[in-house]
Ligand binder design. Sequence first.
Ligand SMILES: [Zn+2]
Length: 415
Amino acid sequence: MPMQSEIILIIIISIVVIKYFVDIYLSKLEQKSLYFPIPDMLNDIYDSETIKKQRNYKLEHIRLSNLESFINFIVLIFVLYFGIFGKLDAFLRNQLKHSPISDYLVPITYFFIIGFAYKVLNIPFHYYSIFKIEKKYGFSNYTKKLFVTDLLKQIFVSIIIGLPLLIITLKVYFSLNQWFVPLMFLVFVFFIVFINYFYTTLILPLFNKLTPLPDEELKEKIKNYCEQSKFKIKDVYIIDESKRTTKANAFFSGFGKKKKIVLYDTLLKDFNHNEIIAILLHEIGHYKHKHIIKFILLSMLQIAFVLTILWLFLKFKIFSEALGSPYPSFHIGITAFGILYSPISFLESLLINQISRKYEYQADNFVKKFNHNQNLISSLKKLARKNYSHLTPHPLIVKLLYSHPPLKDRIINLL
Ligand SMILES: [Zn+2]
């Protein structure tokens, strides 16, 4: 391997190693924070018996995810050190060299194998999390059959969305290379808008049954508040998420007049009307402050930036060589790019989380306008109790990884 490619490989491996140790350090901080004293305003959430259970629940999840990162780390280092990415590429090129469309078949098969291997590596952890931890603490209603069908449907959806996207990307890269950045930008924008628009009509029904909200009284109340805040909706739906979990949630989806409000059936079971309305007002607050549009614009900016760097990056052969392939190739280049870009993408997520936490306060302030503060507080507490939320997260972890402010800060803001 030429000297320069060797240096690149060393940089790639260093990034993987540093990332792993940062993760370990953060997980230690998180464990420590489980024993921080609970602020007075939150001491009605868990009794002394439940707090012990909640701690053990979090500890079990932390341990599982530590094991998962360790295995992923070891496998990735092994793959990088022995140039497996390059070997896989050479093998596929050799097998598919007689095919007239081998330029396309090689990268497609390559990504399929990598994606499949990653999935296989991580399924046991997902399984353990649901059937050993979530079940033990009474949160999971999953059956084995549902687990398998969910998995197959997820694979189906990622192929249906990923394959056309990959073919278009390759086509543009091979035939219209100088227009790669603007054209791929348009393609990604189209996909984002398409998925946002059709999420509740095309994707969600694969996993859940959507039915119009049967509680007419609640529906009237919700429609009333939507009208007051000039929030146009098509209808209010419930989904049968209780088949998977006892945890609760609500969201809306779509644009313009076609927006749909979706409530988990678990929310209807345990929350009173005022609490549900307070949660919805918070969601409407996000919409009124144009948070959704702003996030979509921000992600477009991000995509434009990534595409530009990627396009420049793919011109250099040394990145493919660093991963063990003598030919500069699109798919090997992307693999190297994925790892080399990860420190920048960490910084990006830092910024996005910061903005997102600010938006959460703005959405909570919208609820205040309707004097539903106390109802939102009581539903947030109920959600925390039902989800075994961590009440005293470490400040550094909040800064780095939290998209929502900690419960205590939200309550102070709402009071
Ligand atoms: Zn929110």
